[in-house]
Design a protein around this ligand. Structure first.
Ligand SMILES: [Zn+2]
Length: 151
């Protein structure tokens, strides 16, 4: 059940050495950060603090806590940003930290309907920039709402 090295910070790991983005709020076992993605200003990550690779490595209460935080971020995004879709993704192929990407998406964003890691849509530069700017304008309210909801 336990992962080797679980709970021990690894200085060679980017998510131990740093927050992995702009810190919005830190809980006992997790943190919420902005991913600082230039195309997606509200791209948010929920990062489990300890080295745990899989959701099923967590205990029942830990699973519930992580899902609670991820869904709180999703709800704030829906309430404040009104995205066309929220993408939830847990990949973690590069670092042994459970983390969820919570990404508000719009039909006119840079990659829609591809994942944000996919191929950019052609001929959408102006719409992409307008969307990026409108989301960036809402970012202070979003950051404040995340802190109030989870802080
Ligand atoms: Zn780490």
């Amino acid at each position: 059940m336990s992962t080797p090295g679980r709970g021990l910070p690894d200085p060679g790991c980017p998510l131990c050495a740093g927050d992995g983005g702009t810190l919005l709020v830190r809980g006992g076992a997790w943190r919420v950060v902005l991913a600082d993605d230039p195309d997606y200003p509200a791209f948010t990550r929920v990062i489990w603090s300890a080295h745990v690779a899989e959701m099923s490595d967590l205990g029942r209460a830990e699973r519930d806590e992580l899902v609670r935080v991820v869904l709180a971020v999703e709800e704030v995004q829906r309430a404040l940003l009104a995205p066309d879709k929220v993408n939830l993704a847990s990949l973690g192929n590069l670092v042994p930290h459970l983390h969820w990407h919570v990404i508000p998406r719009w039909r006119d964003d840079r990659h829609f309907p591809e994942p944000v890691w996919g191929r950019a849509a052609a001929g959408r530069e102006a719409a992409t920039e307008a969307r990026r700017a409108s989301v960036a304008a809402l970012l202070p309210a979003y950051v404040d709402a995340i802190a109030r909801r989870l802080g």
